[in-house]
Design a protein around this ligand. Sequence first.
Ligand code: AMP
Ligand code: TRP
Length: 327
Amino acid sequence: MKRVFSGVQPTGNIHLGNYLGALKQFVELQDDHECIYCIVDEHAITVPQDPEELRKHILDVAALYMAIGIDPKKSIIFVQSAVSGHAELGWILCCSSYTGELYRMTQFKAKSGGKESVGTGLLTYPVLMAADILLYDTDVVPVGNDQKQHIELCRDIAIRVNHRFGEDTFVVPDGRFMKAGARVMALDDPTQKMSKSALNEHSRISLLDQDSKIKKSIMRATTDSDGEIRFDPENKPGVSNLLNIYSAFSGRSVEEILADQNWRGYGDLKKELVALTQEALRPIKQNYDEIRESDELKAVLRDGAERANAIAEKTMKRVRDKFGLGF
Ligand code: AMP
Ligand code: TRP
């Protein structure tokens, strides 16, 4: 069975972009893959976090993983900092990567742009991500489009190390991207991707939003003034984003959807999308509260860390040996 690894940062406001770009894939893959799903708390501290909030958000994401249908009997769910191999391999890979390739990362440029002092962790973050993936001999990494460049870097590092120490050092992974949900844009400004941190809460739909909030955010989503419903991300980013979300939830292609709709205007499209979104998120919300309050949650994370650590330790032994570390 092929191995899958992915992670989500515990930074609150898990939204439709996270779900349609990444999380939905996590669930789909678990029946015929060996899946490992991580809550990447060490990634979260690349920007300052309040410790109490972080601790809460770690459990929030764990509960959300289970609420969307990740089954801890099938998949490993664990917290990154509980397995020390991530930080250790992260350091080793820092010594096999170049500052030039890290400075070139789009996400680093965006997050560091215009700032006088930038945390070192923001620069080396993709190397830690590469360590997360390579630590588990991962074949497939389901993520949103914004992580494409980081996956490429991970492959480059793996190939580089393999070249030096042998092909049996690291498995070179592939990214896996959705057709429709890979890049969900902000509802208020469809030229920006939907994000957890945008100030306007109507820019996103969080997975736990109430029906009334979902309705408000979609009905006030930015479109354009020509009134024609057509898929054209460049000239009509707002309408195209709504069609994309519609397609991701309905499982039908945009072409199919457009071929048999009889919407009179954007309002009709939005109304249908509201109903579709509310219906899709309802079971998640129903499951979430029960799981979040249960004692089972921490037991799942403890068991997951143990299982993850067993795999990680094997890789670390191999890697230390290849690099000549220890005695
Ligand atoms: P993060 O919130 O940065 O930890 O992202 C978790 C996962 O969601 C990653 O696989 C991202 O690529 C994915 N993701 C984040 N934002 C979006 C978005 N707007 N559209 C699609 N996927 C996204
Ligand atoms: N960098 C990813 C993000 O911000 C999260 C992440 C960390 C990840 N480690 C990973 C995703 C390993 C996939 C595999 O979205």
